[in-house]
Each structure stands twice: as C-alpha cells, then as structure tokens.
Design a protein around this ligand. Structure first.
Ligand code: COA
Ligand code: AMP
Length: 633
C-alpha cells in the first residue's frame, strides 16, 4: 500500500493518468476524449467528450453489482420519532418514479429545479431524480428566508420547485410554504409549477394550477430511465455566500465530481463499500451534497440522513445513539456540534450508554477546529479525530489527513497536508510564494482537480473576477494562513467579509446591505465576533440619520428582526448597537478588523491612519454593553 507521500508523488508525476485510473471505478456510457481539457485555460474541463449519468452510478450500478438489498439511506429523525431504512433497489425505484413525475411536469435535460426541503429522504430522491434525467438541481437550505430563496430563483431560473410543507426545528415547526409563496411573489422569474411534499406535522394549502402534491405528481406516471449527459454538463448549482448580498452559484459537473468523490471516500475517509457513513450536516450545504448523498452512494456505502441536532434531540447523547444503533464507522460534522455536546456533557458520560465498537474516525470541517475540541473528542471517543479543510467551491477536501491512505501524525491547529490533485501555495501581496511558517493568502495552483467548480452559474466573468484575477495562475481561496516545513497547512482567517456561524458560511456584507435599508440608518458595519459555541457570531453597529428621535431599543430590535426576515434565522443575528459614529481611516474605510479585535479581547494597536481615536472608546463601551470586549483595555 502506497504511503501518502508516494500517492502525492504519483499524482504529481502524471495527474491525468492518476484521475483516469480513478475514473475506471465508475460507469461511463462513452469514455472521454481528454482527461483534462485545457483548451480554454484558465477555464478547465475534466473528462471532456465522455457521457455518463451520476444517478446511474449512485444507484443502478450498485444494484447491478449486488447491493440491491443493502441500505442506501437510513433516515433517522428524532424530531419525528422515525427510523427508516431504504435499500439501494427501493431508492433506485423511488428515484426513477419521481424522475418520471418531473418529466411529466415538463422538466427536461438542462432545466433547473430548485429543491427547498428539510432533512427527509424525499430530498435525496428529488436530487437524484434530477440527476437521472439530466436536470440541474439547486438545493436551498431551509433556514434561509424568502428573500434569499427569491434571489436564488432569479439566478437559477428554475422550471420547477420541489418543496415540503414544513421543516422541524426542536420545539418549533417551520412552515416552508409561506416562505416559498413569498419567494415566488418576490422573484422576477416565475417557475412553471411546484411539487409539494405534505408532512403530517403541518400540511399546507396548494395553489390550484401551480402546486401539485408529491404523491399525486407520481400517479399514473411511467418511471424515467437514466439520460446520458456529458461529463462536463452541470449536475447541480449550489449557492454560497459571496462578498455581497448576491450569492455565488457554484456549478458542479457530472464526471469530475463523481470521480473525485468516489476517490475521497476510500482514500481520505477510509471507508469501504458496504460500511455506514454519517455526515451530520444538512443537504442544503456542500457537506450534505458531497457526503450525505453523492459520495456515500457512489462508493456503495450506507448513508445516514439525520433530522435532529447534536443536543436537545433528546440530549447530548444523540450522536452516540445514532453511531451505535446504525453501526456507523465514520462521522463527519462541524466542530460546533462537538462544542455543543461538550458544553452539555463535559465529561461525555452519555457515551457510556452506547456501544461504539464499530466507530473508527471522526472528521471535522466547515470552520477552524479548535485544539480543545479535538482533544476532548480524542479523549472520549478514542478514535482518530481529523480536521480537514475545504470549501463549497472545491466540493471535496483540499487539505486533510488521508486516513484511507495512511494516518499521518496530527498537529493540533492544522488540518494536515495537501491532497493529491491540489497544489497549495501561500502567497504574498506580490503573488510570490512565501517561505515556510510565513503567513499569506492561500491559493491553489491551476488547474483545480476534478470535482471543483468549473465556473459560476451563467457567470463566467464573475468566476474569473472572484477567483482567478487576484493571483494570476491560481484560484483564490480567500483564506489566509501558513504552511510549516513539514507541509502542514494552518488556516487562520478569511481575507474577505465571510464569517462562519455554527459552521454556516455567511456574508457580513450581505447583512450590512439589509441593515442599511432601514429608514433610520445612515451607515452600518457588521463584524464577526468569537463565540464559544458557534465559533463566530455576527454583531451590527449602526449610525442613525441626523434628527432620528425614536426609541433606540426599538430600532435595534427592528434591525435584528430585519436580518431574520430577510436572510433567515440561520444568520443568528441577535445584536445590533446604535453608535454615534463608526471608527474609520482618514480615507473613510471602516476599521472592522480593529473592532473585531476589541470585541474578542485581543491585543490591538491604534491604527496610524485612524480619523478620530476617541470613537474607539465609544465602540468599546457599546461592545461591553453587549457582553463582548471583556478583556479590552
Ligand atoms: N430550517 C429552519 N430553521 C433552521 C434550520 C432549518 N433547516 N436550521 C437552523 N435553523 C434555525 C434554528 O432553529 C435557529 O433558530 P432560532 O434563532 O429560532 O433558535 C437558527 O436557525 C440558528 O441555527 P443554528 O446556528 O444551527 O443554531 P442552533 O442553536 O439551532 O444549533 C448547533 C446549534 C451547534 C447545535 C447546530 O448549528 C449544529 O448542529 N451545527 C453542526 C452541524 C452543521 O450544521 N454543520 C453545517 C456544515 S458542516
Ligand atoms: P463552506 O464553503 O461553507 O464550506 O466554507 C468554507 C470556508 O470555511 C473556508 O474557506 C474556511 O474559511 C472555513 N473552513 C472550512 N473548513 C475549515 C477548517 N478545517 N479549518 C479552518 N477553516 C475552515
């Protein structure tokens, strides 16, 4: 068995040969003309000329290989008290039937379908049904508000929307239908129709002529066969936060995506076909796309689809219960989930109630994994705890500890080493690689490997300007950090306005756009401050228009309500503070970085270019008032 260094060297010696060999594990209706098509560099395409179908590879291929009776998905929902196992054969048939329903509604290859659904198996069915007929799905996370859904409808221009009547959060039913109706009302683009899954906890009224019931849509409809698509055709578009309120439509292709995910399951996560893999995330995020649905099914695993939380459903032993009950070998989640468990059960006493004999590894990503949390998990679980780093854009890990190849020594604070396919470099402001241990912008040398975004949805110019222009010849990750002399990467901070709240990626710029629209607000700034549970929390400062005499507390509450209404509860925006002025440089740039340091009680220096140093005293007071800046001097 090759070591990590040998595997990386093999890839470096012959990148196309490496991926062509990985592609042999999958079914192709037609083989590629070129493994890497660089004819339009710096826009690259993988496996050009090939024809395939991702849903076929996830389901039909597995049934043909004898996995028909194996569980493909286990739906475990403590919020509804349901556990249901769905075999590969049943899932294939359900997907074919729903694909028939999509076709009957006029959805054809290349059409977009938005999926606005909670964590139920029907969500995976809808995604795979799109893939089966070559339609392009775009899943929108249920915690986003109508306005965010509307933005995505206008960009993706779906022919159809698939939604559910409601989602379930602990202690609260989230009615999806009013959000869906509101979004369609707000959007300029109107879908031709909607298919609605009625959930018993809260059914909804259907709009005649527009909405069709999930079951009714499938009645009397013939199942649809797999439609071969080009390897380079889009499988899905997933929107992620950019530097403004307009999200970026990350495109994923069919061929490169399945090759990379299948390779990662075996080599990075170290799971073998037939084993149970659990990504405790949401299908609305990239982790859900790659490692709840596509990755595990492509590699013949059983995937867990968990509708619950790490705590409160019913207690901090929920994860151990799921691992034990379903023989999970590998769990992937965000560090925030473990911080939540640790907060409620510091000595992990609840682990003692369960047999975790089959459990082999915990993978953490989505935000920086703090060494405390990693060590706590190692101590109590007694398995490798692996931090790994990637992004919605890349679709699979850039830097990890490749358990399936070789477990390398862990260095706390580092997600470890660069995966084959990627060349990571740390650059200075002049785009020159910096020496080891020197902080800089983390960039990926082009071409990106299979599975990474080839472009943004109908926005190649945006792809070039957001990712390719700043460092010519590289993809910009917008993360900063350093690499040590052993090749371990340390990811320290974002270089843009993105913050990470409970593993959810959010734009403070997007929040500022919402606050600025309040009639009493003259200007504002939103910063991400450190939080012991969620990693970061957004905090807003606003300056009111001259002459506003309304109650300040009321305005602050309105601002909090606006973010919840227009971005969604997932933003976890709970604090807005009215201040007299914002601290700025003499050229008018708001000193967000200094405010963040004060809030976090970090050491900070008075910026030489500050316009008026006294303002920082007022900001410090406002932060103390809101429970931050405890140690600030
Ligand atoms: N639909 C509707 N609302 C949702 C939602 C969904 N799918 N998901 C979250 N929300 C709501 C929550 O109910 C909460 O609302 P509230 O302000 O009324 O309480 C709000 O959005 C914030 O949610 P969240 O940040 O998830 O906080 P939480 O307190 O509900 O849970 C954790 C905190 C740490 C337990 C939870 O975030 C978690 O399990 N995270 C780890 C896994 C993960 O999701 N990772 C993502 C990428 S890997
Ligand atoms: P997302 O696109 O939502 O997956 O968010 C990607 C961003 O989350 C990255 O660009 C990082 O800023 C951050 N991130 C993800 N994983 C890690 C990690 N292991 N360590 C540090 N930051 C991470």
């Amino acid at each position: 068995m090759a070591t990590y260094r040998e595997t990386y060297a093999n890839w470096q010696a012959d990148p196309e040969g490496f991926w062509a060999e990985a592609a042999e594990a999958l079914h192709w209706d037609r083989k590629w003309d070129k493994v890497l098509d660089d004819s339009a560099a710096p826009i690259y395409r993988w496996f050009s000329g090939a024809q395939t179908n991702t849903a076929y590879n996830c389901l039909d291929r597995q049934v043909a290989a004898g996995r028909g009776d194996q569980a493909a998905l286990i739906y475990d929902s403590p919020v509804t008290g349901t556990v249901r196992s769905i075999s590969y054969r049943t899932l294939r048939d359900d997907v074919a039937q729903f694909a028939g329903a999509l076709r009957a509604q006029g959805v054809a290859k290349g059409d977009r379908v938005i999926i606005y659904m909670p964590m139920v198996p029907e969500t995976a069915v809808a995604m795979l049904a799109c893939a089966r007929i070559g339609a392009v799905h775009s899943v929108v996370f249920g915690g986003f508000a109508a306005n965010e859904l509307a933005t995505r409808i206008d960009d993706a221009k779906p022919k159809l929307i698939v939604a559910a009547s409601c989602g379930l959060e602990p202690g609260r039913v989230v009615a999806y239908k009013p959000l869906l109706d509101g979004a369609i009302e707000l959007a300029r683009h109107k879908p031709q129709g909607c298919i609605i899954l009625q959930r018993e906890m809260e059914r909804c009224a259907l709009i005649p002529g527009r909405d069709v019931d999930w079951d009714a849509a499938q009645e009397g409809v013939a199942p649809a066969d797999c439609v071969p698509v080009a390897a380079t055709d889009p499988l899905y578009v997933l929107y992620t936060s950019g530097t403004t309120g307009i999200p970026k439509g990350v495109v994923r292709d069919n061929g490169g995506h399945m090759v990379a995910l299948n390779w990662s399951m075996r080599n990075i996560y170290g799971v073998k076909p037939g084993e149970v893999f659990w990504a405790a995330s949401d299908v609305g995020w990239v982790v859900g796309h790659s490692y709840i649905v596509y990755g595990p099914l492509l590699s013949g695993n059983t995937a867990i689809l968990y509708e619950g939380k790490p705590v409160g459903t019913p207690d901090a032993g929920a994860f151990w219960r799921v691992i034990a009950q379903h023989d999970v070998v590998t769990l992937f989640t965000a560090p925030t989930a473990f911080r939540a468990i640790k907060q409620q059960d510091p000595e992990a006493t609840l682990i003692g109630d369960y047999d975790l004999g089959k459990f082999r590894a915990l993978f953490l990503a989505g935000e920086r994994a703090d060494p405390d949390t990693i060590q706590w998990a190692e101590r109590h679980l007694k398995v490798p705890v692996i931090d790994h780093w990637w992004q919605t854009e890349t679709g699979w890990p850039i830097v990890a500890n490749p358990l399936g190849i070789e477990q390398l020594p862990v260095k706390y604070g580092s997600p470890s080493v660069v995966m084959p396919g990627y060349r990571v470099e740390v650059l200075d402001e002049g785009n020159h690689p910096v020496p080891a241990d020197t902080i800089g912008s983390i960039a990926l040398k082009l071409p990106l490997p299979p599975g990474c975004l080839p472009t943004l949805w109908e926005n190649e110019a945006g792809y070039r300007s957001s990712y390719l222009e700043e460092h010519p010849g590289y993809y910009k990750t917008a993360d900063a950090g350093y690499m040590d002399s052993d090749g371990y990467l340390y990811v320290m901070a974002r270089t843009d306005d993105i913050i990470n709240v409970a593993g959810h990626r959010l734009s403070t710029g997007g929040m500022e756009e919402v606050l600025a629209a309040h009639p009493d607000v003259a200007e504002c700034a939103v910063i991400g401050v450190a939080d012991a549970l969620k990693g970061q929390l957004p905090l807003g400062f606003v300056v009111l228009n001259a002459g506003v005499t309304r109650d300040i507390g009321e305005i602050e509450r309105e601002l909090v309500g606006m973010i919840r209404e227009q971005i969604g509860p997932v933003a976890a925006f709970k604090t807005a503070k009215v201040v007299q002025r914002l601290p700025k440089t003499r050229s008018g740039k708001v000193l967000r970085g200094t405010m963040r340091k004060i809030a976090d009680g970090e050491e900070w220096r008075m910026p030489a270019t500050i316009d008026d140093p006294v303002i920082l005293d007022e900001i410090t007071e406002a932060l103390r008032d809101a429970g931050f800046a405890k140690d600030a001097k």
